[in-house]
Ligand binder design. Structure first.
Ligand code: FES
Ligand SMILES: [Fe+2]
Length: 349
């Protein structure tokens, strides 16, 4: 009911009710994670949750600010406030905070601007807006760069965002599903199709400077590509470029044309068993029919969601002796091993 009078005894580094193992939380906090689409942060503050930490995201003329969603005065959620001019204004007593998180006005104090103590400021985090997504890092120094996706560094009108969704699943379970090929002829037979229950040739996983990559051929059962090539089926090559820890760019290229569809999937680990999905796509021709591709993405996600949410344990096993592996799991095995060997995730403290 009461916090201790001993200020220094409180653990201020982990979020309250943290659902992650403490050592994993600290390691994950040092990566960039997507927290909102840029277009969703306009003239009102937006609430987000990353690694069990409640955040407020707001925009002023100096750019986007990400901070703890807690007013330093009496702890009210700042995302319940509003933007007024260049300030975020708390809904409770109206304290004003500028784009740097500094308090600039206390309305109940006359001439407050001269009397505001320096420490009256929000706890802010580094943030970057790229590919239409706002990314934040909870530690002062990121251990790994943002995904490098030049294909998505295009005009906003040529880049399309799939509405966000939350999955009751852990982020790495979603990532493995996105990079899993063996489920296509079972789960996606009604969307992009293929030979029901078909097999895959062996493939190689390569290590890159950002993560892992591999390519596989596939015969899609429908022709969904707007490149003028006739035919009911299309032979394609899928290339996956995974950036640690939770972002993947998928290149879908029909082998008989120059057309390429670029589909980026990056997920926010909201809690250890809750994941918010951010997906952005474009193509080599300027996306002539974005609604088609939007519906295509929503259908495919829907086909995957219930299955991934059913996976037990929801935590990704990082000891490769756990769970059985089939040859098509080469990517998943490399992913699990890398999370441990490169970043120490899953290791005991
Ligand atoms: S709680 Fe925010 S201004 Fe008082
Ligand atoms: Fe899938």
């Amino acid at each position: 009911m009461f916090l201790s009078t001993e200020h220094s005894q409180r653990d201020q580094t982990l979020p309250r009710d943290c659902t992650f193992r403490p050592s994993d939380w600290h390691k994950l906090a040092a990566f960039w994670h997507p927290v909102a689409f840029g277009h969703d942060v306009a003239d009102q503050p937006v609430a987000a949750k990353l690694l069990d930490l409640n955040l407020v995201i707001y925009r002023t003329s100096s750019g986007v600010t990400v901070a703890d969603d807690q007013c330093p005065h009496r702890g009210v959620r700042l995302s319940m406030g509003r933007i007024q001019g260049e300030n975020l204004v708390c809904a409770m007593h109206g304290l004003h905070y500028d784009g740097q998180g500094r308090c600039t006005r206390i309305p109940s104090v006359q001439d407050s601007a001269r009397r505001i103590p320096k420490k009256l400021c929000l706890n802010t985090y580094s943030c970057v807006e790229r590919y239409g997504i706002i990314w934040t890092c909870l530690k002062s120094k990121a251990v790994w760069p943002l995904p490098d996706w030049p294909q998505l560094e295009t005009s906003a009108s040529n880049r399309h965002c799939v509405p966000t969704d939350e999955w009751q699943a852990s982020a790495p379970r979603h990532v493995e599903n996105f990079n899993d090929i063996a489920h296509f002829p079972w789960v996606h037979i009604d969307s992009f199709g293929g030979e029901e229950g078909g097999s895959f040739p062996p493939y190689k996983v390569k290590t890159t400077k950002y993560g892992l990559t591999f390519s596989v051929p596939y015969l899609e059962g429908f022709n969904r590509f707007p490149d003028g090539v006739e035919g009911d089926e299309r032979e394609v090559e899928y290339t996956y470029q995974l950036t640690f820890p939770f972002s993947t760019l998928l290149l879908v290229k029909p082998v008989d044309s120059d057309y390429v569809h670029y589909f980026a999937d990056s997920v926010c680990p909201v809690s250890s068993n809750k994941t918010k999905i951010f997906q952005v796509f474009t193509d080599s021709q300027g996306v002539k029919d974005p609604d088609f591709w939007l519906n295509d993405a929503l259908t495919i996600n829907n086909e995957d969601k219930a299955l991934v949410e059913s996976q037990q344990p929801f935590e990704l096993p990082l000891d490769t002796r756990d769970e059985l592996h089939i040859p098509a799991d080469k990517m998943a095995r490399s992913y699990r091993k890398s999370l441990v060997s490169k970043f120490g995730l899953g290791l005991s403290d």
